[in-house]
Every structure is written in C-alpha cells, then in structure tokens.
Design a binder for this molecule. Sequence first.
Ligand code: CMC
Length: 435
Amino acid sequence: MSKSAKIIYGDKEVECPVVEGTEGEVGIDISKLRSSSGLITLDNGFANTSSGTSAITFLDGEKGILRYRGISIEDLAKNSSFIEVAYLLIYGNLPTEQELLSWESEIKHHTLIKEDLSKLFDAFPRDAHPMGVLSSAISAMSTFYQEYLDPKNSHDVDQVIIKLLGMLPTIASYSYKTSINQPRVYPRNDLDYCSNFLNMMFSVPSEKYEVPSEVVEALNLLLILHADHEQNCSTSAVRLIGSSEANLFASISGGISALWGPLHGGANQAVMEMLNQIHLDGGNVQKFIDLAKDKNSSFRLMGFGHRVYKNFDPRAKIIKGACDKVLEKMGVDNPLLNIAKELEHSALNDQYFVDRKLYPNVDFYSGIIYSAINIPVNMFTVMFALGRLPGWIAHWKEMNEDPKSRIGRPRQIYNGENEYSYVDLNKRLNKKKAA
Ligand code: CMC
C-alpha cells in the first residue's frame, strides 16, 4: 500500500506522507503542504482533521467501539473503579495493588480546599450556574498553588493532578451547598471517592447520612463512562490552552467552560429540560420529533446525534441498561424515563434520523440516573466535568510530554474586506466607506 498521497493543484503536485495508527486509521500528513505549495486546508469544525497522534483513547464511531488505553469501555464499566480508570488514563497502564492504594490515599489527602479559596463561593450570586463557579474556582486554584505551575516539571504536574482530582468534588459540592444556602460539608478521608462526594453533596450537620451503596455504584459507573472521549471539544480546548505552556489549572478551567455548552456537556441538562417540557406539554412525543425535523425551527432533539458515532454510542447503551436497574433499586418511578424511551423508539424509526445516522448519545439517559440519585439538573454538567477530568489531564500531559508538540495556531481563509483607506468621521456616509 502506498505510504504517501498526492495533492494536485494547477501545475503543482505535492506528495504528502501517510501516517497509519495502530488500529489502522490512516491520515495524510499535510504539515509541509503550505510551505511546498502555498495551499492550506479548510475543514469546518475540524471534522476531518487530527490535531496530532494520541495513545489514550480509541474510538470507532462506525462500529460503536470505545477503549481507554486499549481496554473496552464495557470491560471497565463492569470491573473497574473511577479512580483506577483515572490512573489508567493518566499514566497509561492499570495500577498494581500497591500503586492503586497509594494513588487513592494521595487523592484522599488532598480533598480539603484552603479556607481562603472557599470564601470565593460567597462572592457569587446564589443562583450562579455551578459550571461558572467551577471554572472560576479551578482557575483560582492557580493563584493558591503558584509553586506548582511549571508544565515541564513532572513533580509539579503530579502535585497538580492530585490536587485537581482530590479537590474538584469538594469544589463542586461547595458550589451546590452555597447555592441552596446550606453549610458546606468538609471532605471525609474514611470514605471512597464517590461516597465522599455524595456525603459532601447531601449530608447536613444536623443529621446522620448513610451513603446508599446503589447510588455509589451508579455514580462510579457514570464517572467511568465520561472519563475520556479523545479529541472532543473540551479536551481539544484543554490541549490548545496547554499548547501555549499555560499551567494545568488554567487549561482545565478552559476545558470546563468548553464543556458547558449545550452541544457538548451541557446537553445532559438540556435533555432533562426537554423531557420535562414534553411531559408538561402532555407527552406528545411526535410533536417534538416533528419540531426537531423542521428546518425552520432551531429545536434539536437534545441527547441525540454525535460527530463521531454513526451507529450507536456504547456509553448510551450501558447507561440505558443501568437506568432501569438504578430506578428499580431506588424505588423511583420517573415518567421522564418512559418519555425518553418513547422518544428514542420514534426517532430510531423515523427516516430523518435514520438518514442522518442520529442515535441517542451519552447525555440522553444520564440525566434520568442523576435525577434518581437526587443530583439537581443544573449540576448535571458539573457531574460530566467530574468524570471528564482524568481525560483532560491525560491529554494535557500527553501533549506536554510529546517532543513534537507545538503551540496550536490554526490558519484561516480570510474572506473580509480588501484594503481601503481610513475615512474621516465627518465624511462617513455609511458605516464603512465614504460614498
Ligand atoms: N436533532 C435534530 N437534528 C439533528 C440533531 C438533533 N439532535 N443532530 C444533528 N441533526 C441534523 C442536523 O440538522 C444536520 O441535518 P442536515 O444534514 O439536514 O443539515 C445533520 O443532522 C448533521 O448535523 P450536524 O450539526 O452537522 O452534526 P455535527 O456533527 O456538527 O453535530 C452534535 C453533532 C452532537 C453537536 C449534534 O448532533 C447535536 O447538536 N446534538 C444535540 C446536542 C447533544 O446531544 N450534544 C451532546 C453530544 S454527546 C456528549 C459530548 O461528547 O459532548
């Protein structure tokens, strides 16, 4: 097979090397294209552009395959813990028993945030969106740990990784507790990662709170399923920010902001709002399917469609399976689950969705489980961020350790005004040019 590809334009012919990945994915390396031909490429939304190589996550959208460091998501969901998956993603291999114990212990001993940092939460309006609070607080962490900001110092980076993993749940729960005017609950080192988070979210000083084991199990599963997804929007944002050698706190804070949008992590909140809207409207699913198909309407079926998955999203399949189990165990009967199932069934049998290969994505059913375990809707995207944190870190670290990494700086095709002269204020007849 040829290991190069030719690009012919006018009388120019450029030979570009072809790079092949370990799973057979083939890409044309166009890095010398401009210098040898003056041409650049145009790829709206980077749908066909790889920003580099990565050994973290493999995804085959046609076959519905997702693997972290070579291990299938189904295998990890069944057998692993979120903290172990975080280690796997960040350090590239499953930890030994000893490594896992010391990793867990390190994280547990870095869950408490500085009292001065916690004052930040009082500065936000009570109804602040927790994603805004989360990204601000992570950015603020860089001011409290100035001695660890060198992205090229592996000791510093390891310290920041531990602090981020340890403190993000504390920060997330503080943003929630502050918003409902309840005392913030300090972390407890005798609890595992998920139980500690749930305790900080739901316990109050006046009552004993037992963390239900089925809730811990459900949370562990959801966090694993969200832990990485190769070059998605927020991970690309983290990599791009990090490519300027910005510190890890600053890069993660930017990733949280990118995740917030409804086309990305914010979709889980939007799905719940949509299901609720359908429920309140009398449950007429077809009406909303028709609206999603109507090109004169901006309404989209939230939780449906994916840039990469064109068959099914394996994460959605696992979550759907877990939904019934969790709701049954919790004794919850949520009418929104039936609406979601009906919506899925109708969409999957509708030519519009079939033709465009639109399937339920990870966000379609996750909100039903979050609701069942009492996570408020505006915290759903925060839950996504808690899960995605190890993936962001792994990508930032991989990029920083790659000797071939360069600052991210895309080109553009300029399509604005050609040069014209400055027009004095008193001579301007229209906004731009003198008549
Ligand atoms: N409802 C109705 N039509 C849709 C939807 C939808 N949810 N998603 C895509 N389409 C249509 C779109 O209108 C277009 O139709 P046409 O070819 O006639 O113009 C076609 O399908 C292709 O869509 P696109 O917008 O070009 O696809 P994209 O790859 O740029 O966008 C997406 C992917 C996920 C942003 C999009 O499917 C979407 O907006 N979905 C709803 C939001 C959502 O659930 N986001 C969560 C993604 S999964 C979690 C994560 O990793 O962030």
